[in-house]
Design a protein around this ligand. Sequence first.
Ligand code: HEM
Length: 137
Amino acid sequence: MDWDLFVVHWLHVAFGIFWAGSIAFTRVTLFPALATLPKEQAVAARNTLLTGNAKRITLITAAGTVITGILRGLMTGVLDQLDTSYGWIYMLSGVIAILMFLFLLDWSPKPAVLRHIYLAAFPVLFTMMVLMRFGGF
Ligand code: HEM
């Protein structure tokens, strides 16, 4: 057993499911539930998710996912496979996830289209992860 790889893979999956899972939970479960409250309360509750600890946790899980993901690939020799579908998926995942992280760094209100692209990137990345698990396409 390669324990270094095990630990990095474990951390990557843990950070990844936390980041993607929190987005899925807030959009699918929490926000629709908040929408049943009086508008002021709903807006106040949503705003608390964009500040303080909630903001810090999102940044940590996003950065953790990106860093451990890049490391995870490097540790199994992705640099020797950049001309394969696995390598292309890896590079594209890295670019998409870094852009998503940069998007998160600026917490000022953004155009709806950018927010939709950010949300749509999660199922895309998830699919790319599973594709890599099967060695590419
Ligand atoms: C939202 C972002 C991400 C999520 C939710 C995520 C999640 C996951 C999960 C769950 C796995 C395990 C797949 C399996 O064993 O079936 C995985 C594997 C992996 N991830 Fe990610 N990941 C994300 C971003 C990234 C990024 C940005 C990179 C690097 C550029 C990356 C690189 C990898 C690599 C190399 C593997 C191992 C693939 C293999 O089995 O060979 N991930 N990821």
